[in-house]
Ligand binder design. Structure first.
Ligand SMILES: *Cc1c(COP(=O)(O)O)cnc(C)c1O
Length: 407
């Protein structure tokens, strides 16, 4: 049987583990198996490896090592940020109500308000839905045709009981980079004016290691990231928590992560995450330039050579690796299956919604019709994707689109 070439075009779903990362992890998967909570030498070596990793990741964000908490990934970090901020905020609102001599009946009705947007990852949206069930109010801000959240709309949505704003750094389906710095500045200004402290969280899972991010410049209090989106291992992430914030613990048990996230540390995963971060920071400029040239080449060729196509998202304020195209009059799922047969692996909408026939909530929020959303394909490239790969993929894609449209 002929072995066909494979073209992995789904780096937003996950990325391959890099050799450098695997090599860094290997000792902690084999000989260095000590538990970092023990006082003998192997345990202390594991402790040291975790401390070093925390320093590497903090430095990449211009954060303090004590502001980084390791988790099991992006989903856990998002859950912790939202549920933790909501619970802490609710407690404060209720304490104020007690001080104002409200009745216990009135106090029980107090929960709090959260502002997010319609194109967040399900790790955010479904956590918000859970909080709504518990009585919290959530505002889901709309986005414009290219997927931008309007900072002014964030400001207008603020209520006296608003506890938290959560807006993603960059969208996983369409690649649009959100105006995080502007929103951070606006929330700071609002606090200076009114004294109301509103926490600001960003899901940076698609952005961390891909574009430069400094927590102080962005003005965020909480940030989520995940190793497997930057050539690190699956099952490890972090939550950045600004040092002046008291976030309640999320996983209860032992004293790991300074008593905030119990569980024997995933030492190999943490070391791998730090290595992936180090490599991402070291190679960032080169990777951004390479990816943007491949990305824009693909976008231009598709738009020029395949009729009735349209680019989703912002063409400039966009992740370097994201290409999301609306192919009119086709079924994206069918196109994906045909591409799969040719060894081209891409995605229709997000990885979580593919497999189900629900149109992408992100594309609907942009204003796509159900049909247009269903005809959209996301290609996300990696640092190893070349112009030649892109050309092969487009040469495979063109006749398939023509074939489906003729059916
Ligand atoms: C992948 C992803 C997540 C989930 O991260 P996991 O580590 O897979 O749990 C959350 N948010 C965004 C934007 C993502 O792309």
């Amino acid at each position: 049987m002929e072995i066909q070439n494979q073209y992995y075009m789904d780096h937003a779903a996950t990325t391959p583990l890099s050799k450098e990362v695997l090599n860094a992890m290997m000792p902690y998967l084999t000989v260095e198996y000590g538990n970092a909570s023990t006082i003998y030498m192997p345990g202390q070596r594991a402790r040291h490896a975790i401390d070093e990793s925390r320093r590497t990741i903090a430095a990449a964000l211009s954060a303090k090592p004590s502001e980084i908490y390791f988790t099991s990934g992006g989903s856990e970090s998002d859950n912790w940020a939202l549920i933790g901020a909501a619970e802490a905020g609710e407690k404060k609102l209720r304490q104020n109500a007690v001080d104002a001599l409200k009745t216990s009946e009135e106090i029980e009705k107090i929960h709090g308000h959260i502002i997010t947007d319609q194109i967040e990852h399900h790790a955010i949206l479904n956590t918000c839905a859970y909080l709504e069930e518990r009585g919290f109010n959530v505002t889901y801000l709309p986005v414009d045709r290219e997927g931008h959240v309007d900072p002014e709309a964030v400001k207008e949505a603020i209520r006296p009981d608003t506890l938290l704003v959560s807006i993603m750094t960059a969208n996983n389906e369409i690649g649009t980079i959100e105006p995080i710095q502007e929103i951070g500045r606006l929330l700071k200004g609002y606090e200076a004016e009114t004294g109301q402290r509103i926490l600001f969280h960003t899901d940076a899972v698609q952005a961390f290691g891909h574009i430069p991010l400094k927590v102080s410049e962005l003005g965020v209090d909480l940030m989520s990231a995940s190793a497997h989106k930057l050539n690190g291992p699956k099952g490890v992430g972090f939550l950045f928590v600004r040092q002046d914030i008291q976030l309640p613990s999320f996983v209860h048990g032992g004293a790991q992560e300074r008593g905030h996230r119990a569980g024997t540390e995933n030492v190999a995963g943490i070391v791998g995450f730090a290595k992936a971060t180090e490599v991402a920071m070291r190679d960032m400029t080169l990777r951004i330039n390479t990816e943007i040239s491949v990305r824009d080449h693909m976008i231009q060729r598709i738009l020029n050579e395949i009729p009735d196509t349209l680019l989703h998202g912002d063409s400039h304020k966009r992740l370097p690796n994201n290409i999301n195209i609306l192919f009119e009059h086709i079924e994206g799922e069918t196109l994906l299956l045909l591409l799969n047969e040719k060894g081209v692996y891409a995605s229709a909408g997000s990885a979580c919604s593919s497999g189900s026939l629900d149109p992408s909530h992100v594309l609907l929020a942009l204003g796509d019709s159900t049909e247009d959303a269903a005809g959209s394909i996301r290609f996300t490239i990696g640092q190893e994707t070349t112009i030649e790969d892109a050309d092969v993929v487009i040469d495979i894609l063109k006749p398939l689109v023509a074939y489906l449209r003729a059916c």
